[in-house]
Design a binder for this molecule. Structure first.
Ligand code: NAD
Length: 266
């Protein structure tokens, strides 16, 4: 690990207890990064830290909510206290949301924007001073194909994800000369609790043409059929894209939305 692609780097991953965040935390650690695993509750974040340690890596857990400014300041400080620097933020925490525009409620809409967009901004805002002070850093924001393409019944979710891409481009321009690269990933479907919740809420292909709900198994088959590559993705495949954008292998890449979707958006 000392000679891995992330050797010497410190990476914060939000939403690290599950899915894409967990896979990214494990991969970055396996490539030598010291990882700060951030999630809402300490127990699940500790589980990831234990898995990283069992594989010979180094990590700490921080229980924090990306929508709470003070939590994000505490997250950044915990990284600095433990490891003295912050090289990478994978701003990844997110929640599902389903509904066409006329079905969204103000409260549901506000929550989607709060977690999936404001949370990305607040976590970025918290780490930027330390990155600016050192003149280096990489932000990798988790958007979605929903942020670049019309996906049925994901109005609020897609609006938030498109907002993430706008924020990404704005930060990429603002901080490029100061050594900070900002990029995003736009994943297609990798089966996670978030995706299951989306289908349980009746979104994506979880509703038939007649509006009736289909079984989870059928939803998964229908979803798979929409992927030119012939299968859904894995969280490990998405983590590889984050690794690329977080590491020095992408040293001349900033302001990019890297689509990782098995051809779905084609
Ligand atoms: N899985 C997919 O197919 C897919 C596709 C496109 C985009 N995404 C995006 O990828 C990201 C991760 O999704 P996933 O599928 O791994 O989901 P997941 O549900 O497996 O993991 C999300 C994690 O974020 C945490 N989280 C939620 N709200 C939080 C908050 N306020 N503060 C801190 N942590 C919080 C959850 O506790 C959970 O551990 C999300 O932003 C999601 O929108 C996922």
């Amino acid at each position: 690990m000392a000679d891995g692609r992330m050797a010497g780097k410190v990476a914060i991953v939000t939403g690290a207890a599950s899915g894409i965040g967990r896979a990214t935390a494990l991969l970055l650690a396996s490539e030598g990064a010291r990882v700060v695993c951030v999630d809402l509750e300490r127990g699940p974040a500790d589980d990831v830290v234990d898995a990283i340690a069992a594989a010979g890596g180094t990590a700490i857990a921080v229980a924090a909510d990306v929508t709470v400014e003070a939590d994000m300041e505490r997250m950044a400080q915990a990284a600095l206290d433990a490891y003295g620097q912050i090289d990478v933020l994978h701003a990844n925490a997110g929640i599902p949301g389903v509904g066409q525009a006329h079905e969204e409620t103000p409260a549901g809409w506000a929550r989607l924007i709060d977690v999936n967009l404001t949370g990305v901004w607040l976590s970025s805002r918290a780490v930027l001073p330390a990155m600016l002070a050192r003149g280096q850093g990489a932000l990798v924001l988790t958007a979605s194909v929903g942020g670049i393409k019309g996906v049925r019944a994901l109005a609020g979710y897609s609006a938030a994800k498109a907002g993430v891409l706008g924020l990404m481009r704005s930060m990429a321009v603002d901080y490029a000369a100061q050594g900070i690269r900002v990029n995003a990933i736009c994943p297609g479907t990798a089966w996670t609790p978030l995706v299951e919740a989306t289908y349980e809420l009746g979104g994506g292909t979880g509703v038939g043409p007649d509006g009736a709900k289909v079984s989870m198994e059928e939803a998964r088959e229908r979803s798979t059929a929409r992927y030119p590559i012939g299968r859904l993705g894995t969280v490990e495949e998405i983590a590889q894209a984050v690794l690329h954008l977080a590491g020095d292998g992408s040293s001349w890449t900033t302001g990019t939305a890297l689509v990782v979707d098995g051809g779905f958006s084609l």
